[in-house]
Write a protein of this length. Structure first.
Ligand code: AP5
Length: 233
């Protein structure tokens, strides 16, 4: 019997490693036997990815959102709040649990979520000092085929073929990440104060596998407490 699903928020400054850790959490697979595989099965919902999908689709919301993203500012609530609420309300998120990445980023977004009844079991905060973040952003590359996140130095592509197709995000410049950091710094405390009881701080400067191992232990412990079982394939 499957227990109550996990509800996880992951937060941190731009390039602190949120997307990288979400990829590891959602891909986690433990082979128990030839027939049974265990995994968290959480639905990864990244506010930035939802917005970039709107931008790519050329919708009115996407066009408007891009103006704010270019400036490193928060996209207005009238675009983002319902977009995230709708994704959280879908059946897969409700049944499997969710992993909310980069949301909420302001007190008003957190308050709206609470009003809609979305409360996390845990709020993971990745801590990385600012001097490391700029280097991470400038070296970040994305694989448009698999969606995997790379870094030219810390997580280079595995083959020449992948290297040749990597792309860069339009807001991944030193100038723009500094603007994103300013926005982050002016909002972070008010968001953290609303999740005081659920916060778990993780040192995000460690290699990504070590960061994941800390998150993995916390999530496994939490699942055990909730009496939930891993999803099995
Ligand atoms: P968003 O897409 O969420 O960007 P962000 O918060 O700036 O975070 P990033 O995606 O840049 O970084 P990340 O923490 O996921 O790091 P990653 O794992 O890729 O938001 C973009 C914009 O959308 C915002 O500016 C805003 O305009 C808008 N927006 C988003 N959410 C919104 C909201 N709630 N409300 C309103 N507007 C919103 O890692 C970065 C690099 O470092 C990679 O190259 C990776 O390989 C490397 N790396 C990762 N971990 C490690 C490690 N442990 N060691 C070494 N390198 C590592």
């Amino acid at each position: 019997q499957k227990g109550e699903p996990l509800r996880v928020m992951i937060s941190g400054a731009p390039a602190s490693g949120k997307g990288t850790q979400c990829e590891l959490i959602t891909k986690k697979c433990v082979l128990l036997s030839c027939f049974v595989t265990l995994q968290y099965n959480l639905v990864h919902i990244a506010a930035g990815d939802l917005l970039r999908a709107e931008v790519a689709a050329g919708t009115e919301n996407g066009k408007r959102a891009k103006e704010f993203m270019e400036m490193g500012k928060l996209v207005p609530n009238e675009i983002v709040v319902m977009m995230v609420k709708e994704r959280l309300s879908q059946q897969d998120s409700q049944e499997n649990g969710w992993l909310l990445d980069g949301y909420p980023r302001s007190e008003s977004q957190a308050t709206a979520l609470k009003k809609f009844g979305f409360v996390p079991d845990i709020f993971i905060l990745l801590e990385v000092p600012e001097e490391i973040l700029v280097e991470r952003v400038v070296g970040r590359r994305l694989d448009p085929v698999t969606g995997k996140i790379y870094h030219l130095t810390y997580s280079p592509p595995e083959t020449e073929e992948i290297a040749a197709r990597l792309t860069q995000r339009f807001d991944d410049t030193e100038e723009k990440v500094k603007l994103r950091l300013l926005t982050h710094n002016s909002n972070v405390e008010s968001v953290l104060s609303l999740y005081e009881d659920q916060i778990v701080k993780v040192d995000g400067t460690l290699p990504k596998e070590e960061v994941f191992s800390q998150i993995d232990s916390v999530l496994t412990e939490l699942l055990a407490k909730k009496g939930a079982a891993f999803g099995s394939l």
